[in-house]
Design a protein around this ligand. Structure first.
Ligand code: ADP
Length: 261
């Protein structure tokens, strides 16, 4: 996109004519589109559970005779949708906070295994519910990276949570690390369906979900990976999805972080 403006040369001199100035608006237009898409997405994502809450609440108010257990089931749906909305608002606020923070991440030497332990504590209930064991190949004297410990824990939690959600019940998740060109690479691998190659970049976009109808029951917000990407990039690292390596058979979510000197 080009915007052209005509300006007089200054100071105006006889015989010099005019100056044409071309402004490249491509980036401006792109950001404007991202902003508009975002507002449309948020509205849509919040309206879906809201419609369901309204529908069930109205049915309960209608004072028609109910079948046994029906009001309770309706209230369950209302609560589930309200919880989903509340989680989405929390994650949106978290994402906005990360995006608006112009300061570079506050980094100090952090032992990755400590962050993983904290992340696993937060995922313990989901791990038990899904009967998926998480195997950590990060030894206590393992890599020390330059990071904000709370943020690194959040990235690991988001990736492990996904591995637990998308892996089949009774399967396993492996968290490991190896040295890379620009620091330490962490890998979270599962036995789930994996991420099709064509979707491997898009899953990091806000609200993007592979195979939406199938994921509906999982109650995800589609924001976890976008948050993880922001955090990793603000640390000077990179995050990507690929095929897991044996013995795991599903997705591998990998990210790099600079190693502490
Ligand atoms: P959600 O809340 O939907 O899990 P995320 O941003 O964490 O949102 O993930 C975006 C999408 O990426 C998911 O909806 C899912 O389709 C896909 N995805 C994420 N992690 C995995 C995984 N471990 N295995 C397969 N697909 C995954």
């Amino acid at each position: 996109f080009l915007d052209v403006s005509l300006v007089r040369p200054s100071p105006p001199q006889a015989g010099l004519g005019a100056v044409l100035v071309f402004h490249d608006l491509t980036e401006f237009k792109r950001l404007d589109k991202v902003r508009r898409d975002f507002v449309a997405n948020v509205s849509h994502e919040l309206r879906t559970p809201l419609t369901s809450i309204k529908g069930y609440a109205e049915t309960l108010m209608a004072e028609k005779p109910f079948r046994e257990g029906q009001p309770r089931r309706f209230l369950d749906v209302i609560l589930k949708n309200a919880n989903h909305m509340s989680r989405m608002v929390d994650e949106l606020l978290g994402l906005a906070r990360i995006e608006n923070d112009r300061q570079p991440a506050v980094k100090s030497p952090v032992r990755a295994s400590d962050c993983l332990r904290a992340a696993l504590r937060e995922c313990a209930a989901l791990s038990a519910e899904r009967r998926v064991a998480v195997e950590s190949l990060l030894p206590p004297d393992g890599p020390v990276v330059l990071a904000d410990a709370g943020r690194l824990t959040q990235v690991l939690r988001n990736l492990v949570e996904n591995a637990l959600k998308y892996g089949p019940e009774g399967s396993a998740v492996t968290v490991s690390h190896h040295p890379g060109d620009t620091g330490v690479i962490f890998r979270v691998e599962d036995d789930g369906p994996g991420v099709p190659e064509a979707e491997r970049l898009r899953v990091f976009e806000r609200f993007y979900r592979v195979d939406r109808p199938r994921n509906k029951g999982e109650g995800g917000t589609g924001l976890g990976l976008a948050i993880a990407k922001h955090i990793v990039e603000r640390h000077g690292g990179r995050i990507w999805a690929e095929q897991a390596r044996p013995p795991r058979t599903g997705a591998a979510f990998c990210f790099s972080l600079p190693e502490a000197p």
